[in-house]
Ligand binder design. Structure first.
Ligand code: UDP
Length: 491
């Protein structure tokens, strides 16, 4: 731990979704490892997922604390225990979920008033708009955390603040995203914001935007070398500081913390790790499509068939809620696991993703391009097979495949909206998956170059977090900004 700025107390308020909470908890650990006092506010079900890790850090002397605030499910009409987006069965409950999140403001402020040392800054998810008011009440700065990189954040900002969509008549017509340091095309259908169709979210999004405007700066889980000029461009358009302090997953050093990062690992995971020990280096494809989107059984069957047809060793993660009876019956009828025995393993439930990706036997990552997953793949220097599903994932795919040139597309063209997975049916076929895997593992020049670029980027990611690296220095800058107090010059 370097010179502790003990008077700095950073309050972290994450959105209750795995892709948002996991990086924010890592970020809190990153700041606490530099001596800042870190308080993370969450709810009991979520705290249970992180308690072991945070308690261990705290026992080791890190000034970090996880504070549980009851989630008012009953008050808003949510079933008890529905405390994370990965538990909600459908988007129909989203409004109630965000209502319940809003009701955390009062108890958090009450707790903060009694907490010592007094808070000096709030880093909260962009969706926790009310924390802007909390920051004003306490007279401290608030930094917005977008659970994505600067490349997708700038793209979304530029599309929103230009007229580039005015002349676009079809959802499937590619258009150039304006103002990007490295130009690229995308379709309207692939833009973020197309994941859930909800009119009633307009007011909610208005509040998020207002709170972003009032914020003092932005912190991102990314690193300067990855962003190709996007940080400078984004700072300019918003007139605020933007700091990349990641990849924060690299803050986890303890093996058991890495293994249970984000949740208790499925009981299949240990036997899978032992199996990976027996596999040739860089030979196995790890396939996991994030924590949220539950694809239709028919689409998952295509994925299973594609993995089988590729003849490549694989790990296939089937998340809770996806492994329903239709898929399980198919796996049984096909004797899937028997047929791939020795070559493929299925993990049902939560996979220790970062532990798996760091295993020497893993040679490629079939990912939905969630920002965290993409970044974790980069940290492990893995070439990727990209299958974006929704949100900003199509933009992340452009970064991985076209800009970083370390990925191969399966060819998904339109998003799978939450709650509409069964309606869209099959978008990616078995052959698309097998073809992409073959291309990724190919030993031709293109395949080798892809692996080389992935290795170089992995090295840069690790360097960024080391002393003297860009993210390490950015953490110092954030701390200096907080210590300097309210009068800060603009960008
Ligand atoms: N994750 C994991 N095990 C799983 C599924 C997901 O550890 O079985 C983690 C993954 O490592 C990442 C996060 O959950 O840190 C998912 O975030 P991401 O942005 O990739 O996608 P989302 O789930 O938000 O779509």
């Amino acid at each position: 731990m370097s010179s502790p700025p003990q008077s700095v107390h950073i309050v972290f308020v994450p959105l209750l979704a795995q892709g948002h909470m996991i990086p924010m908890v890592d970020m809190a650990q990153t700041f606490a490892s530099r001596g800042a006092v870190a308080t993370i506010y969450t709810t009991p079900v979520n705290a249970h997922r992180f308690r072991t890790t945070i308690d261990r850090s705290s026992k080791l002397g890190m000034p970090i604390q996880l504070v549980e605030i009851p989630f008012p499910c009953e008050e808003v009409g949510l079933p008890i225990g529905y405390e994370n987006l990965d538990i909600l069965p459908s988007p129909e409950l989203l409004t109630k979920f965000y209502d319940a999140m809003g009701k955390l403001q009062e108890p958090i402020e009450k707790h903060l008033r009694e907490r010592t040392p007094a808070p000096s800054c709030i880093i909260s998810d962009k969706y926790i708009f009310w924390s802007s008011e909390t920051a004003q009440r306490f007279g401290i700065p608030r930094f917005v955390f977008h659970a994505m990189g600067c490349f997708p954040v700038l793209s979304a900002h530029n599309v929103k603040h230009s007229d580039c969509l005015d002349s676009i008549t079809s959802d499937l017509e590619p258009f150039e995203v304006p103002g990007m340091p490295k130009g690229f095309k995308i379709t309207k259908a692939q833009l973020p914001g197309n994941s859930v169709r909800r009119q009633d979210f307009e007011v909610f999004h208005g509040k998020i935007q207002e709170a972003e405007l009032a914020a003092q700066g932005v912190v991102l889980n990314s690193f300067d070398d990855l962003e190709h000029g996007c940080i400078e461009a984004y700072q300019k358009v918003i007139g605020k500081r933007v700091w990349c302090v990641g990849p924060v997953s690299l803050c986890n050093k303890n093996e058991s913390d890495i293994f249970r990062r984000g949740n208790e690992a499925s009981s299949d995971a240990e036997k899978c790790m032992a199996w990976l020990d027996s596999m040739k280096p860089r030979s196995v494809i790890y396939a996991c499509l994030g924590s949220l989107c539950r694809l239709a059984p028919s689409q998952l069957m295509e994925l299973g068939r594609g993995l089988g047809a590729s003849q490549q060793p694989f790990v296939w993660v089937i998340k809770r809620g996806e492994g329903d009876s239709e898929l399980e019956n198919w796996l049984m009828e096909e004797r899937f696991e028997e047929r791939v025995k020795g070559r493929g393993i299925v993990i049902r439930g939560w996979a220790p993703q970062v532990a798996m990706l760091s295993h020497l036997a893993i040679g490629g990552f079939l990912t939905h391009c969630g920002w965290n997953s993409a970044l974790e793949g980069m940290c492990s220097a893995l070439p990727m097979i990209t299958w974006p599903l929704f949100s900003e994932q199509f933009v992340n795919e452009v970064l991985v495949v076209d800009i970083l040139r370390m990925g191969v597309r399966v060819g998904a063209k339109v998003p799978v909206r939450w709650g509409e997975e069964r309606k869209v049916g099959i978008l990616v076929r078995e052959d698309d998956i097998a073809r992409a895997i073959h291309a990724l593992v190919s030993e031709d020049e293109e395949g080798e170059e892809r692996r080389k670029r992935a290795a170089e980027l992995g090295e840069k990611a690790r360097q960024a977090m080391q002393e003297g690296g860009s993210s390490h220095s950015n953490v110092s800058r954030v701390l200096q900004y907080i210590m300097a107090g309210p009068t800060q010059e603009a960008v």
